[in-house]
Ligand binder design. Structure first.
Ligand SMILES: [Zn+2]
Ligand SMILES: [Zn+2]
Length: 347
């Protein structure tokens, strides 16, 4: 499908320009997708505000956006999994499929990943994108494109619960009720857990957490989060899921863990070195586990939404069209008290 389309390019920190570009042509194993919905992620906002995340630096104008879904409009000649007209969620990272990690199924650890909106690869704030068919997931009839776009952050939540070995016997503490914290909360609930406590600084987010099934909420601005969690759990949580990534909350995660607990660090800190209470961690025999994105998570996540086990819709608080990507990226920092997920709707 030759022709031109619009894309939103980050030129420098704080400046997006909408420009025309060629509609890409799918390779044999790729599909061309008309993007319908793309979420605004914390990482998009960070790239927009600062122009880099760690070693990933925006050197050339870059299209952001990696939480996306759309309609298949053309397929390469070797494509078998999807067809024209299919509604699909697009898995943002495509690994090499050949290395040790890929073969073991832990392809998120592959060192050769093409990830949308991570320099030098363009993301999805544009009208069309090409993507390999094995990283496209068909959405059932009862799901919307916006719900399809929410599968990316939900995959982080379900994968975090999996890494935490969360099961029905556990009392679980979640630090942070942003998109990822709320996704993690629902993933934990879907595993049959009855006691989930969540902390945040914003009352608005804690309200939503309550609606989505949190048994207790702690406003960490008013109360000592560690003390409250120790109180509610009678001595510590079996699993602590850290979804903020600040030095203070990472330190808290060890203090609110029960001896023998599993701590999952989901939030990505902006500094490399954070002092933690190592002696406490050792003596409590806690398992501290990192998680990096997700692997094999899209299919189960789509199922959970389609079967009504997880509600991703009530996290979408604001919507913008493609022409307003600049405003959409400015929005979360300007409205921390009322914003959870900003969605870009295209076409
Ligand atoms: Zn994201
Ligand atoms: Zn690989």
């Amino acid at each position: 499908m030759a022709g031109k389309m619009k894309g939103a390019f980050l030129y420098k920190p704080g400046e997006i320009r909408i420009e025309e570009m060629d509609i890409p042509t799918p390779k044999d194993d790729e599909a061309l997708i008309r993007i319908k919905a793309v979420g605004v992620c914390g990482s998009d906002v960070h790239f927009f505000e600062v122009g880099r995340i760690g070693d990933f630096v925006v050197k050339e104008p870059l299209i952001l956006g990696h939480e996306c879904a759309g309609e298949v409009v053309e397929v390469g000649k070797a494509v078998r999994n999807v067809k024209v007209g299919d509604k699909v969620a697009i898995e943002a990272g495509v690994p090499c499929r050949k290395c040790e990690y890929c073969k073991r199924g832990r392809y998120n650890l592959c060192s050769n990943v093409t990830f949308l909106a991570t320099p030098p690869f363009h993301g999805a704030y544009r009208e069309y994108i090409t993507h390999p068919e094995d990283f496209l997931f068909k959405l059932p009839e009862n799901m919307t494109y916006e719900e399809g776009a929410m599968i990316e952050p939900l995959s982080v939540g379900t994968y975090a619960a999996e890494r935490g070995g969360v099961n029905v016997r556990n009392t679980v503490a979640i630090i942070g009720a942003g998109t990822i914290g709320l996704m993690t909360l629902q993933a934990v609930k879907a595993r049959g857990v009855t006691d989930v406590i969540i902390t945040d600084l914003e009352p608005f987010r804690l309200e939503i957490a309550k609606k989505l099934g949190a048994t207790q909420t702690v406003n960490a601005r008013e109360d000592d989060a560690v003390q409250k969690i120790l109180e509610y759990t009678n001595g510590g949580a079996d699993v602590v899921l850290e979804a903020v990534g600040s030095p203070a909350t990472i330190q808290q995660s060890i203090k609110m863990a029960k001896p023998g607990a599993i701590i999952v660090l989901i939030g990505m800190p902006t500094v490399d070195d954070i002092p933690i209470r190592v002696v406490e961690a050792i003596c409590k025999e806690v398992d501290i586990r990192g998680i990096f994105r997700y692997a094999n998570a899209y299919k189960p996540a789509i199922n959970l939404v389609s079967k009504g086990k997880i509600d991703v819709k009530s996290m979408i608080t604001t919507r913008f069209p493609l022409d307003k990507v600049q405003e959409a990226l400015e929005y979360p920092s300007k409205h921390p008290g009322t914003c959870i997920k900003v969605m870009i709707n295209i076409n």
